[in-house]
Every structure is written in structure tokens, then in C-alpha cells.
Write a protein that binds this ligand. Sequence first.
Ligand code: GDP
Ligand code: IMO
Ligand code: MG
Length: 423
Amino acid sequence: MAVDLLLGLQWGDEGKGKIVDVLTSNYDIIARFQGGPNAGHTLVFNGMKHVLHTIPSGIFHEKSTNLVGNGVVIDPVIFKKELDKLDTQNIDYKLSLIISRKAHLILPTHRLLDAASEAAKGKAKIGSTLKGIGPTYMDKTGRNGIRVGDLELDNWTEKYRALANKHQAMIDFYDVDLQYNLNELEDEFFAAVETLKSLAFIDSEAYLHNAQSEGKSILAEGAQGSLLDIDFGTYPFVTSSNTTAAGACTGLGVSPGSIKEVFGIFKAYTTRVGSGPFPTELFDEDGETMARVGHEFGATTGRPRRCGWLDLVALRYACQINGVTQLMMMKADVLSGFKTLKVCTSYRYKGQEINHLPYNIEPENVTPIYTEFHGWSEDLTQMDHASTLPEALMTYIDFLESELDIPIKIVSVGPDRKQTIFR
Ligand code: GDP
Ligand code: IMO
Ligand code: MG
């Protein structure tokens, strides 16, 4: 049985959590393949809002198994908080939530290193969520990391201590004013590790291979977005993992040939949280309207998200890198009421018009060239069928489909599970 992939095509927060939840009933297994608690995936149903950081977004469906894959980095402290929230909602995850032994652990000192590194960068900071993501992936690729499977060994705390001591020396090296009480942080960490150990640790690649041969269906859930990919994003203003399709192969151990559908999710406009270039960013009333109507605040940090028009140059690039087979357009409802909509269809770059993403998209290098569309005034949030969508929105959708040559299969018209129109 094939694996389907779902990932974000912009700078994250496209609405991945919502759509994984919507699609989960079609799958036996939902598997997160990269990232960590820098992610904030929001699900809304039955009048309740849930935000997940590390736990896959299929957790609210009784029948699905939810796997945290080897490519994910886990902070036991945040993981425990997520479990505690599920407990208050009487969600039984003991059998349905499983964890790869090969996933790496975020230690308290990884978080401190993240903070020290950002403080030392000053104005040039990445705008990290400060969850320790960069330092943990650095230890992974540097071959120093501690993995979930290590927790089953008697001497793992020795390994922990050696690594934490090294981290402390590195924190001192940064020479920034960082107030912390490591003893307190470690008490919290070791208590949370015990909670983590109450879940099943598995050899997840073998589990997924068996599941595939038994005919089970798998949906791989991405975190962040393609423009935050460590290789293909707006480096260095990116995260530290491969957020693109290839990341699902390395982050789960599934073969490229087993991947069937690649669902690419994008907002009908663009947002970005943290630092880094954003060619179509708006600093005017239109941008403020998007932020206000779309409630554009980070699900993990609460920071305001920067807003701008849809960037088709960047979207085309993301579709190519991921091999997207189906598109899903989110937050169409937020654009209701704009008289005119703009889509960036090419860039002016060094005096020339180009329609690919160049190496450097800083504002001094790139000026977006826009195509304008009529807006629509209808409220979309109660609409439940494609035939009821306003004509101006259909023109917008048709244009994007023809430019990208990929069908838009879902139009999302509100945060709720039910506010989802299939085409
Ligand atoms: P993710 O990280 O990709 O899962 O996305 P986030 O949860 O961080 O951000 C998406 C935000 O938009 C959340 O607050 C969702 O509840 C909300 N949302 C998702 N789809 C829609 C939609 O179609 N319309 C509106 N208005 N909000 C949406
Ligand atoms: P989801 O899965 C949006 C951004 C941060 C920062 C950069 C590096 O909810 O879409 P990191 O903490 O990884 O060192 O931060 O990446 N970032 C996200 N932006 N959504 C996310 O996840 C993000 N995860 C990281 O704001 O600019
Ligand atoms: Mg998010």
C-alpha cells in the first residue's frame, strides 16, 4: 500500500493540522516525519480548538495509529504537556501513539543553546521559536545526539551528563546574559522522560514496512513549510530539517517509490513568522486586514505573523521540489471583502523579469510583479459546496490551477473541520 504525503508549501502555518484531521478517517496510520515542537498544528471541531506540537494530527480519531517518526526531534517536557492536555479531554492515546526509537531528544541545554545563539546574533537573529530545534539537529548530524532508544539503556544518563556538560561550556562561550537554573530544568526533564517511557518505543521503519505489506494506508504529516526547508528554503532563515517531500523518506524510512499522492497545502495569501525575506509582504491596510481577519498569530509562540499577497513564483518552486500532485487552498474566507486581489506572477531581478526563485530574494534584489483580480464580497464560511463559491473566487482558483498545472482539490473556508469544500 502506498504512502501519501501532506506538507506545507509556504513558510509554515498553512493549515496542515486541520487538513490531516480532515483526511485521517481515510488512513490507518498518521506519521509525523520531521520538525519538533517548533510546529503548532491547530485543529477545530465540535466547538473546541486543539493545538498539537509533536503529536500527529490524527490523534483525535479513535481508529488511527499515530507515529512520531525518526526524523522528529522530541522535547519530553513539551510532549508531556501535550499528553496532559489529551488526558483532560479523555483521549486514550496509550495504544494509538507510538514513537520511533531513532527520534532524537531535545535536552534542556539545547533550548538554552538556541536562546544563546539567537541572543548572540542580535539583529541578524533567525527568529527561532527557541525550542532547541537547531542545536538538536546539529547534535544529530554531528553524531552526538541522544535518541529515544537510548532511554532503554541503563547508562543513558551518563551520556546525557557528558552532552549537557559540553553544552554548558558552549553556552558560556556565547558570552550572553542568559538566566537559568539547570537543576530545575533537569528535574522537569527527567520527570517528563518517565512519562515518555510509558508509551511504546518501536523500530518504526520496520513497523511501517510491515504495515505497508499488510495493506495499511499511511499519511505522512509534514511540519513547517517548503520555504523553511534547510536546503531549499530562504537560508539561513529556515528551520533545521528537510520539510520537503524527500524529508518523509529519511524521516520515516519509506522508499521514494512508495509515495503516491503529495498533498501541497497553501494559504490563499502568504504569511511568515520570524525573520527573513518575504517579497510579497504588505505593510499597509491590506496586510493588516489579512492579519486581523485571519487571526494571524503563531500557534506556538503567539507572535504576529507577517502577511502578504500570494507568491506564485515561490509556490511553483515548492510544487516542483515536492512533486505535488494535489493542491489544497486554505483560508479563502479571509480574502472576502477585498476589492482587488493581487498574485505575484514574476519577479523583477537585476533589471530582468524572471519567474523562478533566484538565490537571493532579499527586497533589494527582488521586486514582485503582480497580476490583479477582482475580489468577492460573499461570506464563504457557511458554504459547503464548490458550486456555491463566488465567480471571482473561481476565476482566482482557475488561474492558479492553470499556472501551476495541478488541481486544487480542497478549498478551506474556515478553521473548523466542517468548513472544508472538496472539488
Ligand atoms: P499548521 O501549522 O499548518 O497546522 O497551521 P496553524 O494551525 O499554525 O495555522 C493555521 C491557522 O489557521 C489556525 O489558527 C487554523 O485554525 C486556521 N485555519 C485553518 N484553515 C482555515 C481556513 O480555511 N480559514 C480560516 N479562517 N482559518 C483557518
Ligand atoms: P508549523 O508546523 C511557521 C520558523 C520560525 C523561524 C524559523 C526557525 O506550525 O507550520 P526554529 O524554531 O525551527 O529554529 O525556527 O522557522 N518556524 C515556523 N514558522 N510555522 C512553523 O511550524 C514553524 N516552525 C519554525 O518562526 O522563523
Ligand atoms: Mg503552525
